[in-house]
Ligand binder design. Structure first.
Ligand code: AMP
Length: 394
């Protein structure tokens, strides 16, 4: 009987999963990855196995919430891997608060602490914890591991974590946490092999996907990042504005009389590339579009990224390398070119042919600051943590 381990990344309307398999006596390998999207609207399950074969099925409307999605996934898994043993489940959990500086085996005490963080990440944490609870009910004996997007950033200097508000507010947990930590940790873990000459140096990693942020790393550790107390700060994102004068938020409440729900929807779902372009939150729809608002949205995305790169270069007191990753960072040569050109003053000289071919090194040999494309793999990072904490290594 083969052994299996699952990785789950549960969001408000999607459940992403990876299945890892360990044939008897062999090492762990990725067996399948996929997602259930459109939970509550038009749910669909799509998956791809290790051989690249795709499967896709529309799910019934009864898949209205995360629990129902997990039940459907369990049925799908049983249909393929019925009779096998699940040795552990690793979860992405967006918020680990100030205390979790690494992944944790799930216990009732850990869950209690994570539930206290729900107000700090209301759009993600409840779904992440819901998946853990659902697995606990359905597979009570199977150990689970929570892997946090904040952990990699713990240990930053006090000034980088500070939100300069009165003490009593800070004592209630208001500080900069940073996010996309599993992605940054994965990049840090592969740099010694993928780009050994920069692994121990001053590196800015640009995680540019539907959520986007930068991380300043020194010797593979996070020293600052562009996301802060929530995943709203810093760069312009698909539907989030990035850094915003807090006076604008006050004006939304006091001047325009909007409700907290309205303001939340504006900040998380209606701004960024979508809000500026009025067309789409997807960079693919905007990058070559001959439309003034689409151009402005892309210009702002690049402008903001270059501005934050400059800020993090100051934090690092100089920079040795810039690494692009995630959906836009890995796939859009045009956005990489524009960000590198806007950052040429730092000493980045792009090599166009390498950029078009996705690198991995995309800068000229003599470029003072090197530039790279390195694909991220947050699920693999979760799988590694889960295997290590549960002692599942082959
Ligand atoms: P992620 O959140 O890392 O999965 O990234 C998803 C985002 O990557 C999408 O919303 C797109 O905006 C962007 N993306 C993916 N492929 C491309 C591409 N070829 N060109 C530009 N943007 C892309």
């Amino acid at each position: 009987m083969d052994d299996y381990a699952l990785v789950l990344n549960a969001g408000s309307s999607s459940l992403k999963f990876c299945v890892y398999r360990r044939p008897s006596g062999a090492a762990w390998g990725l067996e399948a990855r996929g997602q259930i999207e459109g939970i509550g609207t038009a749910p669909r399950l799509t998956a791809k196995n290790a051989a690249g074969e795709k499967s896709e099925e529309a799910l019934g409307e009864d898949v209205r919430d995360g629990r129902a999605a997990l039940d459907r996934l369990a049925a799908w898994l049983r249909g393929r891997y019925g009779g096998s043993r699940v040795l552990g489940v690793g979860h992405r959990v967006v918020h680990g608060g100030p205390s979790f500086s690494g992944p944790a085996v799930v216990t009732p005490e850990v869950m209690e602490e994570l539930r206290r963080l729900v107000p700090l990440a209301p759009l993600h944490q409840p779904y992440n914890l819901g998946a853990i609870e659902a697995v606990t009910e359905r597979l009570p004996g199977v150990p689970q591991v929570a892997c946090f997007d904040t952990s990699f950033h713990r240990g930053q200097p006090a000034v980088a974590e500070l939100v300069p508000l009165p003490r009593e507010i800070r004592d209630a947990g208001v500080q900069r946490y940073g996010f996309h930590g599993l992605s940054y940790e994965y990049i840090a873990s592969v740099l010694p092999e993928a780009a050994p000459e920069i692994a121990k140096k001053r590196v800015i990693v640009a995680h540019l996907g539907s959520g986007a942020s930068l991380c300043a790393m020194k010797d593979g550790r996070s020293v600052d990042s562009s996301l802060g107390f929530t995943a709203l700060d810093g760069l312009c994102m698909g539907t989030r504005p990035g850094a915003l004068d807090p006076g604008v938020v006050l004006h939304l409440f006091q001047g325009l009389g909007l409700s907290p729900k309205d303001v939340e929807a504006i900040l998380y779902k209606k701004s960024g590339l979508l809000g500026v372009s009025g067309i789409s939150n997807d960079m693919r729809d905007l990058v070559d579009k001959d439309d003034p608002q689409a151009r402005l949205a892309v210009d702002y995305f690049v402008y903001r990224a270059a501005k934050e790169i400059g800020a993090l270069a100051a934090v690092l007191r100089g920079v040795d390398a810039l690494v692009f990753t995630a959906g836009i960072g890995e796939n859009s040569a045009e956005i990489r070119r524009r960000i590198c050109e806007a950052s040429a003053w730092l000493g980045i000289e792009l090599y166009d042919a390498a950029n078009a071919a996705r690198g991995p090194r995309i800068s000229r040999v003599n470029s003072k600051v090197s530039a790279w494309v390195i694909p991220t793999n947050e699920e693999l990072m979760i799988a590694r943590h889960t295997g290590r904490l549960l002692g599942l290594s082959a």
